[in-house]
Design a binder for this molecule. Structure first.
Ligand code: NAD
Ligand code: TYD
Length: 348
């Protein structure tokens, strides 16, 4: 049995990765370390929490003693590191917490891995999950490649870029077996309703205004979260040590076009007349330092490891909207703090 530490496994992407690994690899023991910040929610993992190959640990990746102890108690062989502060708007108001978790927290894990594995790196892996935002902002043309120079613009992307550099430094300096992947914007179930898609679904349902930053002409490249989890699975098992893999869906959308498709989808599923909720669109002041365009070239991952996204965007969006409409309780719990009570009842 291999012992795999997954950090941030109670978050949006992390919960999909934990579920996939717990269900698909019964011979691996998955240890999920998560601090359960506002973005982490054990309700995301209710369906697998009692499986025998799964252990949850509430804790902070910055707590070096705890992390060191976990490596020794559970004989950790491999790490998939997702824990992070992840929201650009929050990074603009509170950059220090991003440096703390994303940079210091990553170093705390790297140190524990290096010290615990130092006698033999054979079969070990530190897999770091990162973002395409480290590459900066594109104009109308071009794509991010694995060798595109880093040019982060927000405190969030600067902290992720820094963590990527440290992960590579541990490979170059100590020979720590690492892999990094940089993914485009994810969407799907269980995403905290502060990011564009879940926030807007929730607001359309509640007839609240839809705050579009600037003119709505910024472009993002969207990938269904379960396709990201499958890419992580492929890279974890087949990726080459020391390599970087870009993950994306070749699926670019101008914000305002995406918002209109989203409105149509939600209105239809709510039985409202087409276009009813377009009146909720409200143009607001632009985000400071708002990156114009992200677009990722994931050909390396396709050509070398055979991964491709499985879902068309319209289909993924429909599934996502349906999930939010059917799980209003989840949205209420994560935003009301009732979930904290659930945690105390379950685990304290
Ligand atoms: P999220 O904010 O939904 O979840 C983050 C998780 O990390 C939460 O469960 C939270 O409780 C946990 N966490 C935060 N600080 C912690 C700490 N100090 N110690 C332990 N746990 C802590 O984030 P997400 O959207 O699921 O992103 C996961 C990873 O993927 C991040 O590293 C992010 O940079 C990266 N990523 C995200 C996207 C995206 O579109 N969401 C795209 C590319 C890459
Ligand atoms: P977001 O989901 O925060 O992801 P990121 O900033 O990491 O790409 O935002 C996606 C796009 O939507 C981005 O261009 C900012 C824009 N946006 C709005 O116009 N209004 C909003 O309320 C939010 C949260 C985002």
């Amino acid at each position: 049995m291999r012992n795999i530490l997954i950090t941030g496994g109670a978050g949006f992407i992390g919960s999909h990765v934990v579920r996939l690994f717990v269900n698909n690899y019964p011979n691996d023991h998955i240890i999920n370390l998560d601090a359960l910040t506002y973005a982490g929610n054990l309700e995301n993992l209710k369906d697998i929490e009692h499986q025998s190959n799964y252990t949850f640990i509430k804790g902070d990746i910055c707590d070096e003693d705890l992390v060191k102890e976990l490596f020794s108690t559970y004989s950790i062989d491999r790490v998939i590191h997702l824990a992070a502060e992840s929201h650009v708007d929050r990074s603009i108001t509170d950059p220090l917490s991003f440096v703390k978790t994303n940079v210091y927290g990553t170093l705390s894990l790297l140190e524990a891995a290096k010290n615990s594995w130092k006698d033999n790196f054979e079969g070990k892996l530190f897999y770091h999950i990162s973002t395409d935002e480290v590459y900066g902002s594109l104009g109308k043309e071009g794509f991010f490649l694995e060798n595109t120079a880093y040019d982060p613009h927000s405190p969030y992307s600067a902290s992720k870029a820094s963590s990527d550099h440290f992960v590579r430094a541990y490979y170059n300096t100590y020979g720590l077996p690492i892999i990094i992947s940089n993914c485009s914007n994810n969407y799907g179930s269980h995403q905290f309703p502060e990011k564009l898609i879940p926030l807007f679904i929730n607001n359309i349902c509640n007839n609240k205004s839809l705050p579009v930053y600037g003119k709505g002409d910024n472009v993002r490249d969207w990938l269904y979260v379960e396709d990201h989890a499958k890419a992580i699975d492929v890279i974890f098992h087949k990726g080459k040590l020391g390599h970087t893999y870009n993950i994306g869906g070749f699926n670019e959308w101008k914000n305002i076009d995406l918002i209109k498709v989203l409105i149509k989808t939600v209105d239809k599923l709510l039985g409202r007349e087409e276009g009813t909720s377009e009146k909720l669109i409200t143009y607001v002041a632009d985000r400071a330092g708002h990156d114009f365009r992200y677009a990722i070239d994931s050909s390396k991952l396709k050509n070398e490891l055979g991964w491709e996204p499985s879902l068309q965007f319209e289909e993924g969006l429909k599934k996502t909207v349906k999930w939010y409409l059917e799980n209003e309780d989840w949205v209420q719990h994560v935003t009301s703090g009732a979930y904290q009570k659930y945690y105390q009842q379950m685990y304290e």
